[in-house]
Structure formats: C-alpha cells, structure tokens
Design a protein around this ligand. Structure first.
Ligand code: IPE
Ligand code: IPE
Ligand code: MG
Length: 244
C-alpha cells in the first residue's frame, strides 16, 4: 500500500511545525458509494455520511493548525452519474451551506467554492456566494471544489489572460488566475478510497505536493488517521529537485 506508513504510531504533532510546513492540505473525498454499499444502503446515504465527515475532518485539520483545506466534492465529470445521485448530492450541498451559514460564528471558517458556478441555477449560486461573503473575514479556509476540473480551471485561467490582452504568459500569470489564487499550492494531497489516481484535481498546483493514498473510505476517515497522515507528512524530505 502506498501512502503513509506505519512509522508513526502515536503521533505528537507540533502546531508550530504544522503551521510552517503544512499550510495547505487537500483531500480527494472518495469512497462514499462503496461505504454505503458495504452497509446495504443506497449510494446517497454514503454521500450524506461523507458530508458529515467533512465537518469532522475540517475541524481536526483546523485544530492541528492547518490554515487551508481543499476538498474535492464534485468534479466536472461527476455530472455523468445518474440524475438521482446528482440531485441528492446537490440537495446535501444546499443543506451543508445552510448549516455553514448558521454555524459560521462557532466554526470561524472561510468557505470558498472552486469551479465554474455558472452551471448552477440562480438560487444555488446565491447560496454559494452568500456563504462565501458571510465568512470572507475568517482566517482558516475551506475550499470546496464543486463542478471542478483541473483542465477546465487551466482553460479558464488562460482564457482570462487572453481576455486581458496578454500575448505571452508566465507561470505566475497562470497561477494567479486559477480558482486557488488565494491559497498557496497544496503541500499534501490525500486520496481516500484506495485508488491511485488524481482524477482531474489540482493538476497545476500539485507540481510539488506530497501524495498520500489510503484505503479508508471517506466517511470513515477519522481524527486518529488524520493525525497519522499529518505526522507522516512531517517526516518527509521535500527536495524540490535539489540535492542536500
Ligand atoms: C466520492 O465518492 C464522492 C463523489 C465523487 C461525489 P464516490 O461517490 O465516488 O464513491 P465510490 O468511489 O463510488 O465508492
Ligand atoms: C473523484 O472521485 C472526484 C471526487 C471525489 C469529487 P471519482 O469517484 O469521481 O473519481 P474516479 O471516477 O474514480 O476517477
Ligand atoms: Mg469514486
């Protein structure tokens, strides 16, 4: 199994070290459907528990001192799923936004949606934008990638630059027009569910991200495992192409 090892059993995590080294963690929240199937439940039940687990994971990451979290909630490819499943995910998202607005003063988390919102109806867009506006001043960030695809994001970035009249572009130009321009590149990308792929997530930003793959299905990812993943990340030697 690739990913985090058993090197770290009972991690002692220093918040200072996390603040320095792990400024941004990203999760590919995969495995909701299989989690439900194992229990004889419909796939949408898996998404419901998955949404609940997002709260647990976000809280733990915040407690550990991580300033920015990005989660992959719905890809540009996920629209091809059965309508019933897509509808149930969108309903869960609406409830998630309502609760996030209600609990904003308790949670103190800034929400940002990554992806093109133009596909949503005006009621849904208003909901997403209202949550972003109402939480805009909080320091801890939770980016939710929704109708997100990394290739779509790159095309969007380049088209913005063309519209501004640029004839040639720098890496900095491209980065600054991505949906993630308000956060540093992810230091660590974690995929739950046991598959070893990126599925069109943060392709540009992942250039030097550390990767972690765990078999755990997303609704089961708990505080203990997050601590082990973070502790393992802190032992990694990031060379960025250089030598010691
Ligand atoms: C991830 O879980 C959630 C979304 C992609 C919306 P899945 O629904 O992909 O669950 P599995 O991979 O089928 O188990
Ligand atoms: C990736 O999961 C997308 C999200 C977690 C939102 P998928 O289940 O859609 O990915 P594939 O199809 O296994 O690559
Ligand atoms: Mg999946």
């Amino acid at each position: 199994m690739l990913g985090f090892s058993k090197r770290v059993k009972n991690p002692q995590i220093s918040k200072d070290e996390v603040e320095q080294k792990l400024r941004h963690i990203a999760f590919i929240m995969d495995g909701n459907g299989r989690w439900a199937k194992k229990r004889g439940l419909p796939r949408k039940a898996g998404h419901k528990y998955g949404a609940e687990n997002l709260r647990r994971v976000a809280n733990r990451c915040k407690e550990l001192g991580i300033k920015a979290i990005t989660v992959y909630a719905f890809s540009t490819e996920n629209w091809s799923r059965p309508k019933d499943e897509v509808d149930s995910i969108m309903r869960l998202l609406c409830n998630f936004c309502d609760e996030a607005v209600r609990d904003r003063e308790k949670n103190k988390i800034r929400f940002v949606f990554l992806g093109d919102k133009a596909v949503f109806d005006s009621e849904m867009r208003d909901k997403l934008e209202k949550l972003e506006e109402m939480t805009a001043d909080y320091e801890h960030i939770l980016n939710i990638a929704l109708n997100y695809g990394a290739r779509d994001e790159l095309v969007h970035s380049v088209n913005s630059l063309i519209a501004e009249g640029k004839e040639s572009v720098t890496e900095q130009d491209i980065s600054s027009r991505l949906y993630t321009s308000h956060v540093p590149d992810p230091d660590l990308i974690v995929r739950t569910g046991g598959d070893f792929r990126i599925s069109n997530f943060l392709l540009w930003q992942a250039a030097y991200a550390e990767l972690c793959f765990t078999k755990t299905l997303w609704p089961d990812l708990d505080e203990r495992e997050i601590d082990r993943i973070v502790a393992d990340f802190l032992t990694r030697d990031r060379r960025y192409g250089n030598v010691k």
